[in-house]
Design a protein around this ligand. Structure first.
Ligand code: IPM
Ligand code: MG
Length: 368
C-alpha cells in the first residue's frame, strides 16, 4: 500500500523554520517507527503571492484536496499589509479552509506543568488546564453574504453577514460531542442567543442534536461574552467549548494566552471523511508568522510539532505515536529546554529552533 501523503505548506515568517523541525520529526517516525509518509511541499500565503501573484495557486489547492493531510506553518507579514484584500496571505488560508470544507477546528489550550508560571493568571487558576475549543470554521460572518463595502446615499457602509444553516450547526455540534466522549463528556456551547437570531438557532440545534443522539453528554449553554469572562475567571470549569467562527476566533486566542505559551499550541481543522476514510484535514500551529523574529533561529517549533502529533492522532489513527511525541515534548520542557519565548523571569540562555528540534529528537530516541 502507498504511504499516506502529507502536503507541507510552510508559508511565511517563522513558518519555514519551525516546519524544518517538523520535517525532522516526520523523518524520525519513518526511520524508527516504520511510519513513512510521502511528503511534498508547496507555497501558501505571501510566499505564494511572491511566486504566483496569488496567496494560493489552483494547483496547490488541488494538491491539498488530494493529500491525506496538510501541515501548514503560518501566513502573513508586514510586507503584504498593503496588498489588495483579495490577495492578502490570509485569503490563501481561508480558501483552503473553505474548499477543503474544514468545518470543525479543534484548538486545545493546555497548560504545560513546566510552564504554569508563564500565564498572566495566577498559577493555581491555570495549572493542569486542558480545554478544547471546537470552532466552526467554514461559515458564519467570515463567509456570509451579502458582504462588502457599498455606497449608501453620500457615505459608504461596510457589511458582513452572520449566517448559519441548521446543517452547518448540526455537523459541528456532532464533532464536538464525539470529541467530548473521548474526554470528560462535558460540552459548553457559546453564542449570543440574547441578541442574535443565528444564536437562537445555534442553541436550538445544538440542544436537539444532544437530546437525539448524545444523551450521555452534559451540555450547557453560555453567552459568548460571559464565556470570555469565565475563561479568565475560572477556566478549569470547561472541558470542550463549542462555538461559531468569529466567537471561536476570539475565545481561542483568549484561551491560548491563558496557558502563557502561544508558541506551544497546535490546532486541527477537520472536514468530512475523504473517500470514506479519515476526514480531510489541515494542521497548523495557533501562533502566527511572527515576522519580528523570523529568520533568526529564535522561534519555538513545538506548536508546529504538536500539530503533527494531532495529525498522527486524527488523520492516521496513530494515537499511541502521537502520545509518544507529546510525552517527548513534555520531557524536554521538564528538563529545562527553553526557546526565547519561554524564558520568563528566571532568565538564562535560550536555545535555538534547531536545538529544540535536537532535544525533541533525543527524547524520542530515549522513548524507544
Ligand atoms: C486564526 C486567524 C485567522 C482567522 C486569520 C489569519 C484569517 O486569526 O486562525 O485564528 O481569523 O481565522
Ligand atoms: Mg485568530
Amino acid at each position: 500500500m502507498a504511504n499516506p501523503s502529507l502536503l507541507i505548506l510552510a508559508g511565511d515568517g517563522i513558518g519555514p523554520e519551525v516546519m524544518a523541525q517538523v520535517k525532522r520529526v516526520i523523518g524520525w517516525f519513518g526511520d524508527k517507527r516504520n511510519l513513512a509518509f510521502d511528503v511534498s511541499e508547496d507555497l501558501v500565503g505571501g510566499a505564494a503571492y511572491d511566486a504566483h501573484g496569488t496567496p494560493l495557486h489552483d494547483d496547490t489547492m488541488a494538491r491539498a484536496l488530494e493529500a491525506d493531510a496538510v501541515l501548514l506553518g503560518a501566513v502573513g507579514g508586514p510586507k503584504y499589509d498593503d496588498l489588495d484584500f483579495s490577495v492578502k496571505p490570509e485569503r490563501g488560508l481561508l480558501r483552503l479552509r473553505k474548499e477543503m470544507d474544514l468545518f470543525s477546528n479543534l484548538r486545545p489550550a493546555q497548560c504545560f506543568d513546566a510552564l504554569a508560571d508563564f500565564s498572566s493568571l495566577k498559577k493555581d487558576v491555570v495549572a493542569g488546564l486542558d480545554i478544547m475549543i471546537v470552532r466552526e470554521l467554514t461559515s458564519g460572518v467570515y463567509f456570509g453574504e451579502p458582504r462588502g463595502i457599498f455606497e449608501e446615499g453620500n457615505e459608504r457602509v461596510g457589511i458582513n453577514t452572520q449566517r448559519y444553516t441548521e446543517g452547518e450547526i448540526d455537523r459541528v455540534a456532532r464533532s464536538a460531542f464525539e470529541l467530548a466522549r473521548r474526554r470528560s463528556g462535558k460540552v459548553c456551547s457559546m453564542e449570543k442567543a440574547n441578541v442574535m437570531e443565528s444564536g437562537i438557532l445555534w442553541r436550538e440545534v445544538v440542544q436537539k442534536v444532544r437530546d437525539a443522539d448524545y444523551p450521555d453528554i452534559e451540555l450547557s449553554h453560555m453567552y459568548a461574552d460571559n464565556g470570555a469572562m469565565q475563561l479568565v475567571r475560572a477556566p478549569k470549569q470547561f472541558d470542550v467549548i463549542l462555538t461559531d467562527n468569529l466567537f471561536g476566533d476570539i475565545l481561542s486566542d483568549c484561551a491560548a494566552m491563558l496557558t502563557g505559551s502561544l508558541g506551544m499550541l497546535p490546532s486541527a481543522s477537520l472536514g468530512a471523511p475523504k473517500d470514506g476514510g479519515p476526514p480531510r484535514a489541515l494542521y497548523e500551529p495557533v501562533h502566527g508568522s511572527a515576522p519580528d523574529i523570523a529568520g533568526q533561529g529564535k522561534a519555538n517549533p513545538i506548536a508546529c510539532i504538536l500539530s503533527f502529533a494531532m495529525a498522527l492522532r486524527y488523520s492516521f489513527d496513530q494515537g499511541d505515536e502521537a502520545a509518544r511525541l507529546e510525552a517527548a515534548i513534555e520531557k524536554v520542557l521538564a528538563d529545562g529546554a527553553r526557546t526565547a519565548d519561554l524564558m520568563g523571569e528566571e532568565g538564562g540562555m535560550p536555545i535555538s529552533t534547531t536545538e529544540m528540534g535536537d532535544a525533541i529528537l533525543a527524547a524520542l530516541d530515549a522513548s524507544l
